[in-house]
Structure formats: structure tokens, C-alpha cells
Design a protein around this ligand. Structure first.
Ligand code: GLC
Length: 754
């Protein structure tokens, strides 16, 4: 009898305990007081294999609610997948109302009610469009980029978004590539500091005024052969480690939540199936803790790349290489459960991926308040505020590079009575913005013509189109231009490339201004009137012929919603331009790639040295080696004089530092900002080293006649580099130190590492 009592008692105790545990675990992933990890593990334990694979499935959503979607079988199919727990995230579902409605379906109509992540390409602004990232980097003010990214994040988060596919930090040296606009030019340090700044700006502290960032595109997408979009990338590991990897590493170190695969092969294996990139480098070397998302259908494109026979093999290779979320190809959701059941993929890989995705959904608070980003009142109050537009205007004027200014043609006087604004791009809102302008609208853009009219409300502002939208010459337009030029005091002529050719799938084989634009400039030259050229383009154009005609050239890039006001601030002297280009301007398309941080080669050639011994050297016979405008170059309305470069010591050991100081004086008549740049050269290494590498910079403000001493601290990190395997090398020997206002005109000193 006693034994029976004992058993009954023991059973009762177990039942009570298990009820308590169940009571607690029944809802523990919903229990806010528990740590995220506990909640993740509990939820994971409740999910089926299909539901887990569903979390790795991201589809392009578009409009999923409302009458049109109700009658669209495709859209209804997506909602069925959602109800079946087979979608973890949508991209391109935007707006407080729409995201709320779709989230509601996820929460209320799927078995576990796991919230969705809503993602969108917020590259350089959401509704308030900032200058393209390439332009913004020319400010050499990472703080400006961080602030702009913060504003973009706030607007995006107010529109129901949790996650941006930005920043893009694919270093590139090829202006033919349409996506050169999205990165920060040809230098590893500039790309690194701006990538980190934008990650910080986008993510903040992950409140619902910020969004998750995404390091993209991993890796080396910016070096397609010929600058042709989606083309083969083929480089040495030595180049990868030293030139292309630093910016991704900086973004990971800045705490980016996610990383996106690139479309290209690397070492002959597409990034989505590339274990070296996704596991060896990203996870094992850099300790990346977030999750990966593929690029658009890049899992499926493993088939067209020829590394997978079908979608199942694509899913297999991608997951085994360390890729995770699958954007738009559905290879993972359709095949991974079976691959696991067949023992071809360890379940641990899936559980790890799902855990990371769930971690971020908990971290953003979506399990506790799934609609915290979907507040329509907040959305309406957040977009295009005067403060945001003012920041966009400031960013625009700080990004525009003054390339030429003969006889101080610029700045123009604000007392000018009659200004002729010429050029189709001077007045086209439709051609103003680029493909990655988010939800920015053409109707909100201040054109160059508007900006000048805003600046000179009392002046007569005439307009002449000058050339056809296509860039072709038009006789009637030229006649009109010449007539109006006769009555003008000054002409502002805008040339360039439409924003419709800026961004993905927009590589151009020719980036020289079309004939109609050149005809306009020749006509203006012939008019004898003072004129300035504004270049509107999302890449450095070939300006060699423009340079021969124009007294002054302002490279305005694509300056975003406030571009016209920003340009007018510079043109009429309310802002003294300080920008310096972060990418070289080639003298011709044939010169591409041309970049400052190149290796010497065994037969270097310096322009101007054309003696008999200069024949068998590395050069073209028909153009110079130097670009038209070099990396780091940009003019001001004042002038700066550099004193001698002084080093605190001529040599140092690995554990010491040396300071490099230089005095800079404003020798002109206007206050202005100068970006003082520090470069180094390792004269002898195991590997050939670049003839210059940017290692530091400081933007200073100087009043007329004011001098400042700028100090850089040189440490062994600056002197080190990576070998083929990514190991750090620090090799004693001679270095050269350079300081100047660009990568060409520099003061030099010698330094020895003992
Ligand atoms: C595109 C781009 C990528 C973008 C994604 C979603 O193909 O390569 O940068 O984030 O698809 O739009």
C-alpha cells in the first residue's frame, strides 16, 4: 500500500511540476521578462522543419492587401504561404497601413504568429533623398553620412520598415559601372569610415526610429570586368584582403545586423555558395553574429552560374557555404526540409539561421509589439520635414566638387540681374534622381533652375534647353540658346547623365558628354559670355573636352531632393565648396581603370618624362597616365598653402608612433574648409605595395590668413598590410609619408620602420 501511495504522490508531483514548466514554456517565447535567447530557443523548439525553413524565405511583397491584390492570384499565393508559416520576411512592402495589415495576417492567421521583417532599399534617403553615397563621401564628413542615414532610418521606420539593404560599400574603380554611385569610391579607408558611419546612422540603438543595416554586397561586387553589371569578378586574395575587404569588415565591426551575398563569383564560386566568404571570413575571422540574406534570387542563380544542377542543389550549396535567408528564389523553403530529412544538411545549420533571424525579431520588439513601426499618424508627420530638407541641402552643397575655376569665375554675384540657365538637366525633375532614391519623388526635387531662382528672387532667370533629352544636338534649341545668351550677364550650363542611368543594371560603355551637350558648350564659349558648367551625373564623367571649354566646372553628382538649392548655395558663394573627389576622373574611357593607389609596376612612367628611356614603360601611347582629376582633388574659393611636413622622428619601432605635422594657411580672401590628407608608401615589401595609400584625413576650417597645424599619429597598424592569406604583415624598412590637399600635390618625408 505504502508503495502505491508513494507512486501516486510522485506522479502528482511530476504532474504539478510539468504543468508549471508547461505553463511557463507554453508561452515563454511570449514572455517579455525572459532573455531573448531563452525565448528564441523556446520558440525554435515549437517550430516544424517547414516553419523553420519558412523563416529563411523572403519574398518581394508589393501591395498585398486591398481590392487589386484580392483579385491577384500571385499576391494571394504569397499570403497563403504566409499563413502556412513559410515566409519570414517581405521586401518592398511599405507604408504604415500596408505593413500593419500584412503583419496582422502573420500574427493572427499563422500557427505560431511569428512577426515578419519588412525590408526595403533605403540607400541614400527614404522620402527625403540625400546625395548619392558617392557624392556624400566627397564631403569627407562621416558624421554627415551618419546623420543623413539616421534621418533616412527614421523616415523608413515611420513607414513600417525594420531593415534597409544598405549601406553598400563595394569599392570600385570603374565609373562605367552603374552602381559606382552607391559606394564611396576607390579608397579602402574612405569606404570603411563611411560604411561604419552609415551602419551607426541606420541602426542607432535599434529603437523604432532606426532600422537594421545590411553590409552589401559581400563580396567584391564592385569590380566586375569592364564595369559591366553582374559580370565576372576575378581578383587575387591579396587584392581582396588589402583593397576590397576592409570596408565590409568595418561595417561588420560597426555592428551591422545583416550581410547580403553579392551576385558575382569570387575565386570562381558565386558568393551565395562561397564558403570562404560566408563562413571562413565573415564568421570565423570577423566574428559576424548576425544573419545573411542572399541578393535577389542569387540562390537560384547558382544554376545559371553553373554550380548547381537544380534548386535543391542550389539550396544545398548555399546553406552549406553559410548563406541563410533566401531573397525571392524560394529554393530554400522548397528544398531545405527534404535535404535535412535526407541527412544532406545538418539541422544545426537551419536552427542556427532561424535562431539568428528570430533573435532580431525579438531584439526589434516585434513579438511584444508587432505594430510598433506601423503608426500612420507618425508616418504622416515624419516625411520631408523642413529640418530633414535643410540637412539634405547641407549634404548636397558639401558633396559638390569644384573641379575648375579660372579667373575666379565662381562664385557668381548675387546681384546678377540676368541669368541664363541652360541645359535639359537644369530643369528636369524626372531625370534628377537615381534608381536607388527610395520613395523619393521627382515632384519634390528642387532643380538647378529652381535653386537659382530661389537664390535670386529679383533677377531675370531665363531658361534654354540647349540640347535634346537624349543628348542629341538640336538646331532650334541652339538658336534659342544663343539668342538668350546675348541678353544674359552669366550662364549656368548643366550637362550630364540622366538619373535613369544611375544604379543597378545601368552600366555605360561611354561616359563622355554627348555631342548635343558639347555643341551647347561650344556655343556658349563662342558667345563670349561668362559661363559655368554644372555636371549632373551619378558617376565621374570624362570631362576632358569640357575642361577645354569651360571657365569653371562644378561637379554636382546627384544631390538629392535639395540638389538645386545646394548647387545655388555653392554657385553664388553662400557656401565655399570643400568637397574632394573620392574617385578619379579618367581622361578617357580607355584609361579606365585609373586610380591613385596603384602598384608601381616594374616600369613606372610619370607624365612629362618622355625621354628616350621612357619608351618601354607602363603607359598608353596616346594619353597620359594621370587622370584628369585625381583622387582627393577639389577646389575652394580660397587657397591653401602647406608648410613642410615634419616628423617627430625619422624612424620608429613596431611599438612606437611618430607624429606627422604640417601647417596649413588660408592664403585667400574667403573663409574655407580644407581636407588635409595623409598618405603612406611602403617602399619595399614581400608584396608590391601601392605608390600611395590614404591613412588619415582631417577637415579644417580656416579664416583668411589663418594657419592651423594638423597632426597625424602614424602607428604600426598604418604601416601593416595583409598577405595572400589575410595575415597581417609588418615589415621593417623605408616608408614615405605624404601630406597634401589631394593625392597628387603633396609634401613628403621619409620614415623608417626598424
Ligand atoms: C537588387 C540589388 C540589391 C537590393 C536587392 C533588393 O538586385 O542587387 O542591392 O538590395 O536586389 O532590391
Amino acid at each position: 500500500m505504502k508503495r502505491l501511495h508513494f507512486h501516486i504522490l510522485a506522479t502528482l508531483i511530476v504532474m504539478v511540476l510539468s504543468y508549471q514548466v508547461n505553463a511557463q514554456t507554453d508561452y515563454s517565447y511570449k514572455n517579455k521578462s525572459l532573455p531573448i535567447e531563452t525565448r528564441v530557443q523556446d520558440l525554435l523548439g515549437r517550430m516544424t522543419l517547414e516553419e523553420k525553413a519558412g523563416q529563411l524565405n523572403q519574398l518581394n511583397g508589393g501591395v498585398l492587401t486591398g481590392p487589386q491584390a484580392a483579385n491577384d492570384p500571385g499576391q494571394q499565393g504569397k499570403l497563403k504561404l504566409l499563413r502556412d508559416g513559410k515566409i519570414g520576411s517581405f521586401l518592398n512592402v511599405v507604408g504604415a497601413a500596408e505593413t500593419k495589415a500584412v503583419q496582422k495576417i502573420a500574427i493572427e492567421e499563422s500557427r505560431l504568429g511569428i512577426p515578419l521583417l519588412f525590408a526595403y532599399d533605403v540607400i541614400h534617403g527614404f522620402k527625403t533623398v540625400f546625395p548619392i553615397p558617392l557624392a556624400e563621401a566627397c564631403s569627407w564628413e562621416p558624421a554627415m553620412a551618419e546623420k543623413a542615414s539616421g534621418i533616412a532610418a527614421n523616415e523608413a521606420a515611420a513607414a513600417g520598415l525594420h531593415w534597409t539593404f544598405a549601406p553598400m560599400m563595394d569599392l570600385t574603380r570603374d565609373p562605367r559601372w552603374g552602381r559606382v554611385m552607391e559606394g564611396s569610391g576607390e579608397d579602402p579607408l574612405i569606404n570603411s569610415v563611411f560604411a561604419a558611419a552609415r551602419v551607426r546612422g541606420f541602426q542607432g540603438n535599434f529603437d523604432n526610429h532606426h532600422v537594421m543595416a545590411c553590409v552589401k554586397h559581400f563580396a567584391a561586387y564592385g569590380q566586375p570586368e569592364g564595369g559591366k553589371e553582374y559580370n565576372t569578378v576575378d581578383m587575387s586574395r591579396y587584392s581582396f584582403w588589402n583593397t576590397y575587404s576592409p570596408s565590409y569588415h568595418a561595417a561588420v565591426d560597426a555592428g551591422a545586423a545583416t550581410v547580403m551575398n553579392s551576385f558575382n563569383v569570387f575565386d570562381g564560386i558565386p558568393a551565395t555558395a562561397n564558403k570562404f566568404l560566408n563562413t571562413d571570413v565573415l564568421r570565423n575571422r570577423w566574428g559576424f553574429k548576425g544573419f545573411l540574406v542572399s541578393d535577389w534570387a542569387s540562390y537560384g542563380e547558382l544554376i545559371t552560374h553553373g554550380v548547381a544542377a537544380d534548386a535543391a542543389e542550389a539550396a544545398l550549396k548555399g546553406i552549406l557555404a553559410g548563406s541563410q535567408m533566401d531573397m525571392e528564389s524560394s529554393a530554400v523553403v522548397n528544398n531545405l526540409p527534404q535535404l535535412i530529412k535526407d541527412g544532406k544538411v545538418p539541422q544545426s545549420l537551419l536552427d542556427d539561421a532561424v535562431s539568428k533571424i528570430l533573435y532580431w525579431k525579438f531584439k526589434l520588439g516585434l513579438f511584444d509589439d508587432p505594430y510598433k513601426y506601423s503608426d500612420e499618424k507618425r508616418e504622416a508627420a515624419t516625411m520631408l520635414t523642413p529640418a530633414s530638407l535643410e540637412t539634405a541641402r547641407d549634404a548636397a552643397r558639401k558633396s559638390m566638387v569644384l573641379l575648375k575655376n579660372d579667373k575666379n569665375t565662381l562664385p557668381l554675384s548675387k546681384n546678377t540681374k540676368n541669368v541664363l540657365v541652360a541645359g535639359f538637366f537644369a530643369d528636369s525633375q524626372e531625370d534628377a534622381l537615381d534608381f536607388w532614391c527610395g520613395k523619393g519623388e521627382a515632384k519634390d526635387v528642387v532643380t538647378y533652375r529652381n535653386g537659382i531662382a530661389n537664390k535670386l528672387p529679383k533677377a531675370t532667370i531665363n531658361y534654354a534647353q540647349g540640347y535634346e533629352a537624349s543628348g542629341k544636338t538640336n538646331g532650334k534649341l541652339l538658336v534659342d540658346l544663343k539668342k538668350k545668351a546675348r541678353g544674359a550677364d552669366v550662364i549656368v550650363a548643366v550637362i550630364g547623365i540622366t538619373g535613369k542611368h544611375a544604379g543597378e543594371a545601368r552600366s555605360l560603355a561611354d561616359i563622355t558628354p554627348p555631342e548635343g551637350q558639347m555643341e551647347m558648350l561650344r556655343a556658349l564659349k563662342a558667345s563670349g559670355k561668362p559661363f559655368v558648367v554644372v555636371v549632373h551625373a551619378a558617376r565621374p564623367m570624362v570631362l576632358t573636352e569640357v575642361e577645354k571649354l569651360a571657365p569653371a566646372i562644378l561637379n554636382a553628382w546627384i544631390g538629392g531632393t535639395a540638389m538645386g538649392n545646394g548647387a545655388a548655395d555653392v554657385l553664388f558663394g553662400d557656401y565655399n565648396p570643400s568637397a574632394k573627389t573620392v574617385i578619379s576622373f579618367p581622361v578617357s574611357v580607355g584609361q579606365i581603370p585609373v586610380y591613385y593607389n596603384a602598384y608601381s609596376t616594374g616600369r613606372p612612367h610619370e607624365d612629362g618624362h618622355d625621354g628616350p628611356n621612357d619608351f618601354w614603360v607602363s603607359r598608353y601611347r596616346d594619353i597620359p597616365n594621370s587622370p584628369l582629376y585625381p583622387f582627393g582633388y577639389g577646389m575652394s574659393y580660397t587657397s591653401f598653402e602647406y608648410g613642410d611636413l615634419k616628423l617627430s622622428a625619422a624612424e620608429m619601432t613596431a611599438s612606437q608612433t611618430v607624429t606627422a605635422t604640417v601647417s596649413v594657411k588660408n592664403t585667400g580672401s574667403r573663409e574655407g574648409e580644407e581636407i588635409v590628407q595623409l598618405y603612406l608608401r611602403d617602399l619595399v615589401g614581400t608584396y608590391s605595395r601601392p605608390v600611395k595609400e590614404l591613412k588619415g584625413f582631417e577637415k579644417i576650417n580656416l579664416k583668411p590668413s589663418e594657419s592651423k597645424t594638423v597632426t597625424f599619429t602614424i602607428d604600426s597598424k598604418m604601416l601593416s598590410y595583409f598577405d595572400f592569406d589575410g595575415n597581417t604583415l609588418l615589415e621593417p624598412g623605408k616608408f614615405q609619408v605624404f601630406v597634401g590637399g589631394n593625392s597628387r600635390d603633396v609634401k613628403t618625408a621619409d620614415l623608417r620602420l626598424k
